[in-house]
Design a protein around this ligand. Structure first.
Ligand SMILES: C[S@@+](CC[C@H](N)C(=O)[O-])C[C@H]1O[C@@H](n2cnc3c(N)ncnc32)[C@H](O)[C@@H]1O
Length: 245
């Protein structure tokens, strides 16, 4: 993310957190699928890191469902740190805070003996392909044997003309929420920033590095997750991951 884009994001981060469950297509499903996958793979108590954890909604769902789980929140946004701090306050003592870029090593060293799960929702597409490949190798190293990586994200959901169609549909969805008064003016400003940046040329936009879920599964396999798979995919949304043997 450029400095200017990052500063604008900070201005609107709070509104993203408030409106995302309604305004981002598939948002609730993405989180539910990760919670389910983590629960199927890990015995409570377990330790999970959330990369690009934002306002902490996914971690709140995991910590609520698995009452002995411990979590590491990882995000570079100070605003999201405050938002997540409020949301996760009721899980006092079960959350470790790492306010840093996920490309930095701080989250790996935050726990001495490794993770049972590493999750991420709608965040990794901000990294370049190379950064993601390096990150997948680091996630593999940071997991204990039997540990799971579970990623939900915006992906390239076909070719670029299909992607343009999905973006148009997302725009229609946002406009209809706006007409019904179901998203705030501040969220609409955030959406307009996104639209102006991305819609003119989605393939070469400066911030959203969409890759197909299938390609990212190949990267996971190269990183050592032999059984990596796409678990769910719809339009430009996908959940994928794998286990460390
Ligand atoms: C679209 S929000 C998603 C937040 C949350 N995971 C959710 O599902 O609601 C993306 C988050 O990723 C964070 N982020 C983006 N790039 C990052 C990076 N390189 N390192 C750490 N966090 C990053 C942003 O600060 C933001 O909180």
């Amino acid at each position: 993310m450029s400095d200017i884009t990052a500063r604008r994001w900070e201005t609107f981060a709070l509104f993203y957190d408030t409106e995302a469950p309604r305004a981002v297509p598939c948002y609730r499903h993405l989180h539910a699928e990760i919670v389910r996958r983590v629960g199927a793979a890990c015995q409570d108590p377990f330790r999970v890191a959330d990369l690009g954890a934002g306002g902490g909604r996914l971690l709140a769902a995991i910590l609520k469902q698995y009452p002995a789980a411990q979590a590491v929140w990882v995000d570079s946004s100070p605003v999201m740190r405050v938002v997540a701090g409020r949301r996760l306050a009721r899980f006092n003592g079960r959350v470790t805070w790492v306010e840093a870029a996920m490309e930095a090593t701080a989250w790996e060293t935050a726990v001495p003996d490794g993770y049972n799960a590493v999750v991420s929702s709608i965040a990794l597409h901000h990294l370049t392909g190379e950064q993601r490949q390096r990150l997948f190798a680091r996630i593999h190293r940071a997991l204990k044997p039997g540990g799971i990586v579970a990623i939900a994200d915006e992906v390239l959901g076909g070719d670029w003309s299909a992607q343009k169609r999905y973006l148009e549909e997302w725009d229609q969805h946002t406009r209809s929420l706006a007409r019904a008064g179901r998203v705030s003016p501040a969220y609409l400003k955030l959406w307009k920033l996104f639209r102006d940046r991305v819609f003119p040329d989605p393939e070469h936009n400066p911030t959203e590095r969409w890759e197909s879920a299938a390609r990212q599964v190949e990267w996971l396999r190269e990183a050592g997750f032999a059984d990596a798979q796409v678990w769910w995919e719809h339009d430009m949304w996908a959940v994928f991951g794998g286990r460390k043997e």
